[in-house]
Design a protein around this ligand. Structure first.
Ligand SMILES: Nc1ncnc2c1ncn2[C@@H]1O[C@H](COP(=O)(O)OP(=O)(O)OP(=O)(O)O)[C@@H](O)[C@H]1O
Length: 266
């Protein structure tokens, strides 16, 4: 299990995260929701080991993340950041194969198969031979997801975690839904703990196992989707009136903003 206990972080005299805790189990998809500036990316940077918290601990299967070096950490977790830099001149499959850099002793055929598998799982097969500079933002984002999957698929660690910062931000409506469904399915099938920061409440509703709500650097609750995704709670966190709609025949529900009463904090 990935366990974050009472994380806090300040920068330039501002509290970006304040006493935030969470658990992420292998096989589940935890969605992190919250308004702009709530601290979602900050939390992901701490969980990834890219930043260090001022207070609190992060444990991976009981081992402190703070004591892990880069290569060791990369076996436990793969990260897709919000803004990833892609090397000029690379083609899609080279980016995905970068996920195998930790395992130089892997047989080339295993790496080739893993890259192909990761491309297939992320609906990115047709991007393999194309130059990154000639791809759309959404296509590059899918390849980054494939690169992260390749890293985890080759890892010998008993527990693996996939940390995604807005993995569907550049995806069209249909692809966003497909990718979140895939992520959930992969988490289950490969027993990977997946955490995804998303903005779309309805993606969280449809695909999340559990939800962490962040507001102003603090936790506004963490629990199963039905408990967290309640109208009153979401209206408070987002500062907007919402309507909850349900499909007459299928057990589907969705949230839509009702009015322009939003009062952004910053
Ligand atoms: N390097 C930094 N130094 C100082 N403050 C920062 C830094 N990075 C982010 N912040 C501040 O921390 C707060 C949280 O930022 P963060 O990026 O974690 O929010 P977020 O919830 O991911 O927002 P968004 O939904 O807009 O991506 C913001 O107020 C931001 O201005």
């Amino acid at each position: 299990m990935l366990e974050a206990r009472r994380l806090s972080l300040s920068k330039r005299g501002r509290r970006l995260l304040d006493d935030v805790s969470l658990t992420l189990s292998p096989g589940e998809l935890l969605i992190v929701l919250g308004p702009n500036g709530a601290g979602k990316s900050t939390l992901l940077k701490l969980l990834s080991g890219l930043w260090r918290a001022d207070a609190g601990d992060i444990l991976l299967s009981g081992h402190p993340l703070a004591a892990m070096r880069g290569a060791e950490l990369a076996g436990w977790r793969a990260v897709v950041e919000q803004h990833s830099v892609t090397p000029a001149g690379w083609r899609g499959e080279e980016l995905v194969a970068a996920g195998a850099y930790l395992y130089p002793a892997s047989p080339p055929s295993l790496v080739r198969n893993t890259v192909a598998n990761a491309l297939r799982l992320t609906e990115a097969e047709e991007l393999a031979s194309l130059r990154l500079t000639e791809l759309s933002g959404g296509q590059r984002q899918r390849l980054q997801l494939a690169r992260a999957l390749c890293q985890l698929l080759l890892s010998p660690r008993p527990e693996r975690y996939l940390l995604l910062d807005e993995p569907t931000a550049a995806q069209d409506f249909a692809m966003a839904d497909t990718l979140m469904a895939r992520t959930k399915e992969l988490a289950r099938r490969l027993n990977i703990g997946a955490l995804a920061v998303v903005h779309d409440l309805n993606l969280a509703l449809r695909h999340g196992d559990r939800v962490l709500l962040l507001n102003d650097g603090r936790s506004a609750g963490c629990g199963v989707v039905d408990d967290m995704m309640r109208l009153d709670r979401l209206e408070t966190v987002y500062g907007i009136r919402l309507a909850e709609l349900s499909h007459p025949e299928q057990s589907l529900r969705a949230f839509v903003p009702l009015s322009a009463t939003h009062s952004p904090k910053a």
